[in-house]
Design a protein around this ligand. Structure first.
Ligand code: ADP
Ligand code: GLC
Length: 480
């Protein structure tokens, strides 16, 4: 099949979270199975500076209609592997910046224009480069207008650009909600500027466009597919999602075993597998060293790596600070994002620097070391569409301590509740739920044979992308 993806992140070129990993491994797996895959990505500075993009060729010039203006840009293309082409939709004014979405304090003010331009650039390239596709698959609010813009361009130019459009919701909390005046920048017919279209309480909601108008809608776990149809997790769009209840499917992400695999992980000081865990011990010592902790510490190490956003349950972690201050354990947190959380976690670490460390950065190598060197990995998320780190943890023999929400429910089972199959510990998504799971973690750690059994079961699970990609392939093939 000819498969086109449009995404705002793609590992290893640009990443703020799991979207980058998920799209890169899905498209890589599809390319490996022989499909002809094209991935569109904004031409961010980080991507253009990556060595793979050095051989990028200028494919075409763009003149994109945005309201009553025309904005220019160009499209560059390179191929990092067989069957995979990366198309960069470039316009310096929009994408030659340090970060993809904002300056850390707040989002860029022109984000609506940036990503409407991106989606229109994709459509124009499909049209002008004659790239007619079997499937055009876009992701999250940044790609949400693509199905609509594509069908609109087909009507205007009387051409077929895609047989089928697919839209994936990786996180319904981010909706691309902008002032009503944004609608004019889409140049879509005015009859979409109402509550059956993009309008949402007097604003323009881009995510809503993807949910309503893609031929098929997916999200990243079966549990989250159900959750987003409820007021508790729908972030105000549960009613909109319900209108697609027959067209929405939850397909679980997987683990890219070329990147996240302790047997081959080049970012670790030592490699290991379930058959020989000696390397995990070396990773532990290196982690203790890197954190400035005593390297002969024998108790449990708790690790956490995440975007600093409310979603990740860092407030519940902070509410349990007495646990980390009083118990004989270590805590290492790596992350970046909301300043408030950085400051509060920083002051927690300052209270006990010999046992708690905060690394406020985006650090790929450190994220691998934490997965490998910790005993427990914390994900007390308030909601979690899929979550990748709880899967990485199991692969790395590190026991996930997670809350009972979303994809965490689909990928972890509790070792106390299900003694013969459990691979982690689960609590309610509250401070008390986390406390209960943390206390059970200490008991599990004190029981070495049981701890080893839980760890081995996690390492034996197959989270490879093959299964996940097969789900998408089937969806692409199903007739509409
Ligand atoms: P989300 O997409 O909601 O952020 P996921 O669990 O799906 O959550 O994916 C998070 C990804 O981002 C993982 O690969 C994780 O290791 C990575 N990550 C998050 N924060 C950092 C950081 N500060 N440094 C390096 N990697 C990070
Ligand atoms: C989102 C979600 C996360 C998911 C990732 C990749 O960022 O927050 O749960 O794993 O997308 O699909």
């Amino acid at each position: 099949m000819k498969i086109v993806h449009a995404t705002s992140e793609f590992y290893p070129y640009v990443k703020t979270g799991g979207l980058a990993d998920a799209v890169a491994s899905l498209t890589g797996t599809l390319a490996e199975s022989g499909h002809e895959v094209s991935v569109f990505l904004p031409g961010y500075r980080a991507v253009l500076e990556h060595k793979d993009a050095a051989q990028a060729e200028r494919k075409l010039r763009l003149k994109i209609e945005m309201g009553d203006q025309f904005l220019s840009g160009d499209v560059r293309v390179f191929s990092p592997r067989k069957n995979l082409k990366i198309y960069l939709v470039c316009r310096e004014e929009f994408f030659d910046r340090r970060n993809p979405y904002g300056n850390g304090e707040r989002d860029y003010e022109d984000n609506a224009d940036r990503f409407i331009f991106f989606c229109k650039g994709v459509v124009e390239t499909l049209r002008l480069a004659d790239l007619s596709a079997d499937v055009v698959h876009s992701h999250d609010w940044q790609g949400a207008l693509l199905p609509l813009l594509l069908r609109d361009a087909e009507r205007r130019h009387n051409v077929t650009l895609a047989v089928k459009t697919v839209f994936t919701i990786h996180n319904i909390a981010y909706q691309g909600l902008f002032p009503r005046s944004t609608f004019a920048r889409t140049n879509l017919p005015e009859d979409l500027n109402n509550m059956d279209g993009l309008e949402y309480y007097e604003q323009t909601n881009l995510l809503k466009g993807g949910i309503l108008f893609a031929d098929r809608v997916t999200t990243v776990s079966p549990q989250y597919a159900r959750e987003i149809q409820t007021p508790e997790f729908g972030n105000g769009l549960d009613g909109v999602v319900q209108t697609r209840e027959h067209d929405i499917i939850g397909l679980l992400n997987g683990v890219d075993m070329a990147v996240w695999n302790p047997a081959v992980d080049a970012l670790l000081p030592a490699r290991y597998s379930a058959a020989n865990l000696a390397g995990k011990q070396l990773c532990r010592v290196e982690l203790l060293k890197r954190c400035g902790f005593a390297v002969n510490f024998k108790g449990p190490i708790f690790g956490m790596v995440c975007r600093f956003a409310e979603q990740k349950g860092l407030d519940h972690l902070l509410a349990n600070q007495d646990f980390f201050l009083t118990q004989d354990c270590r805590l290492v947190v790596l992350g970046a994002g909301e300043k408030r959380l950085e400051v509060e976690l920083g002051s927690l670490a300052a209270k006990a620097p010999h046992k708690i460390v905060l690394s406020a950065a985006h650090d790929e190598a450190m994220s691998h070391l934490i997965e490998a060197g910790s005993d427990f990995f914390l994900m007390p998320s308030l909601f979690e569409p899929c979550g990748l780190n709880q899967m990485y943890s199991q692969v790395y023999g590190t026991i996930p301590v997670v809350s009972r929400v979303g994809g965490l429910i689909d990928t972890v089972s509790d070792a106390d509740e299900r003694p013969t199959i459990g691979t982690g510990l689960m609590g309610e998504p509250t401070a008390e739920g986390l406390r209960d799971a943390l206390e059970r973690a200490l008991r599990l750690f004190a029981d070495a044979p049981r701890m080893a059994a839980v760890q081995r079961r996690g390492m034996a699970k197959d989270f490879g992308w093959k299964t996940a990609a097969a789900g998408y392939e089937q969806l692409y093939r199903e007739s509409l």
